[in-house]
Write a protein that binds this ligand. Structure first.
Ligand code: GRF
Length: 187
């Protein structure tokens, strides 16, 4: 069984997709705990509803202790808006994945989060945007890319409409990637 920790800062719809499609299914991966830097994150409620342990902390040492205590093999950053400390990144090299709502190298790095990403895609009249899952290294959105999926930009798109379509793709691709990692881990 692959032990996961999911780090969130907000709504946690990506977390929900992992709960529904990996944690509660026969795919050999389990969420040991959910961690948030924000005590108001709705994702914490989702965790509690599913009897998953939740923690709120910003303290590095506490985070490392939790990861050790729960024997975590994979950290999933699912809308986690805090930069991970160098210590964690070093210790969990190639064991931390992040989801980003654009096709990296486009529209990523400092400042590119939330609506900003979709606003600029629309401003620049891109024909398509997408989603990237990548390993986390010391930079912001610079780690090795694991998988990407395109999303068409439509004429009638608003930030909200585009964001929702991208989010739907995030939910799919995240489960696909975690399922692959679980398969490799358990083989
Ligand atoms: C997603 O767009 C994710 O890519 C980004 O933050 C958003 C989080 O959404 N980093 P949710 O909290 O999973 O609903």
């Amino acid at each position: 069984m692959l032990n996961m920790a999911v780090f969130i800062s907000g709504n946690g719809s990506n977390l929900q997709s992992i709960i529904d499609n990996v944690h509660k299914t026969n795919i050999k991966g389990t969420i040991k705990f959910i961690l948030s830097n924000n005590s108001n994150a709705f994702g914490l409620v989702r965790g509690k509803r599913n009897n998953i342990k939740t923690y709120v902390t910003r303290d590095d040492e506490t985070i490392i202790n939790l990861l050790k205590e729960h024997k975590v093999d994979l950290i999933v950053l699912a809308g986690y808006l805090k930069i991970l400390s160098k210590n964690i990144v070093k210790e969990y090299k190639e064991q931390i994945i992040n989801i980003h709502p654009s096709l990296i190298p486009k529209y990523c790095g400092k400042g590119f989060f939330g609506n900003r990403v979709h606003e600029i895609v629309l401003q620049n009249k891109e024909a398509y945007t997408g989603v990237t899952i990548h390993f986390v290294d010391e930079g912001i959105d610079t780690g090795n890319i694991i998988k990407q999926k395109k999303v068409m930009v439509l004429k009638e798109d608003t930030v909200e409409k585009l964001k929702n379509r991208v989010l739907k793709t995030e939910h799919e691709i995240l489960v696909e990637v975690i399922t692959d990692i679980c398969k490799k881990y358990n083989s």
